[in-house]
Write a protein that binds this ligand. Structure first.
Ligand code: ZN
Ligand code: ZN
Length: 333
């Protein structure tokens, strides 16, 4: 059975078992692995979906390819069905050997590309993006205020992705996916950052309750320079995420944050508080993609003591590398 191709050390055996047993019940991984001090040697993150684009297509969405010591995974899949597929093609990036994809949360601007990617990459490699990592809550039924239509695209997407042979793996707690590469699982909301869209509720037996995106999770990579945190929308709050990352992986500097921070509508006070907290955590690089906000990137740059090389608005194809830092491409340099 070729499906277990070596990549995800800790999850390989349970995933194989699930493929045999059932494709309906998601694997729930609730036991954190004991922390290792493993440091990743070379980390390269390439943005494949975000608003700004020097090359390819810009959109309201997020996706990034994460390459760690020769292993690769996709973090989120963009909004429109074709964006990540086309952007990867234009950037000369082959995603067909990427077997694992993380969906940071249920929003369509992070999950919209999955089925197209599965279908097209599956023509080359049947196991491409076949292991789909999510956190509990991602499949809960939702309603927008004033509508009785299902507002969670993940419910239909789950059915279709499983029909195509995909397997969802739920992470109820922190998991070390690869040596030195962690998924946070749901992030405790220590600080009331409250940066999620209003007007959406979760359907429960007791009625509608506000959707606080409890499933929102991030990726944390332990490099020799410190922790690199990859966020989708950071609906759990970037400070909550960074502080939790340091709880999970170790009290090391939060060296870099790459991804969407959902700060575009934040007040000056919130941005100042956020920048001060990130500075205290040791932030040296910010590649602010997607819903971070242009002004928010500039404010954090100023207030966290960064500069035009170390705090940049992400563009499609821009990248962060653990040794060389950010390559912003042309427009955002
Ligand atoms: Zn988003
Ligand atoms: Zn979102």
């Amino acid at each position: 059975m070729k499906l277990g191709v070596s990549v995800f050390r800790l999850l390989m055996v349970p995933v194989l078992a699930i493929n045999v047993a059932t494709s309906q019940a998601p694997r729930v991984s609730s036991t954190p692995a004991p922390p290792t001090a493993h440091e990743v040697k070379l980390l390269h993150i390439t943005v494949l979906s975000t608003m700004l684009a020097d090359r390819g297509i810009g959109e309201w969405g997020f996706a990034a390819l994460v390459e760690v010591d020769g292993r690769r995974l996709l973090f989120d899949t963009g909004d429109r069905p074709e964006t990540v597929l086309q952007n990867a093609h234009e950037l000369g990036i082959d995603l067909s050997n990427v077997t694992d994809v993380v969906l940071s949360h249920h929003h369509a601007d992070h999950t919209g590309g999955l089925l197209t990617l599965r279908r097209e990459l599956g023509k080359i490699n049947r196991t491409a993006l076949s292991r789909i990592h999510v956190a509990p809550g991602v499949f809960l039924s939702r309603r927008r205020t004033g509508s009785d239509q299902e507002a969670n695209p993940m419910i239909e997407l789950k059915t279709l992705a499983e029909a195509s042979g995909g397997v969802f793996i739920e992470h109820a707690g922190p998991t070390e996916l690869l040596p030195g590469v962690w998924l946070t699982g749901p992030v405790p909301r220590r600080h009331p950052e409250r940066n999620w869209p209003a007007g959406v509720s979760i359907v429960t037996a007791a009625g509608l309750v506000p959707d606080t995106l409890l499933e929102d999770m991030s990726l944390v990579i332990n490099t020799e320079k410190g922790l690199v945190v990859v966020t989708g929308c950071a609906h759990a709050g970037v400070v909550n995420i960074v502080e939790y990352a340091r709880d999970i992986v170790g009290r090391r500097p939060a060296y870099a944050v790459v991804g969407g921070l959902h700060l575009f509508a934040s007040t000056d006070e919130t941005l100042a508080w956020t920048a001060q907290r990130l500075r205290a955590a040791g932030l040296a690089y910010l590649l602010g993609a997607h819903c971070t906000g242009i002004e928010a990137v500039f404010r954090i740059r100023e207030l966290a003591g960064l500069n035009r090389r170390s705090a940049v608005v992400a563009a499609v194809g821009s990248s962060f590398e653990s040794v060389r830092g950010i390559d912003p491409l042309a427009l955002a340099q």
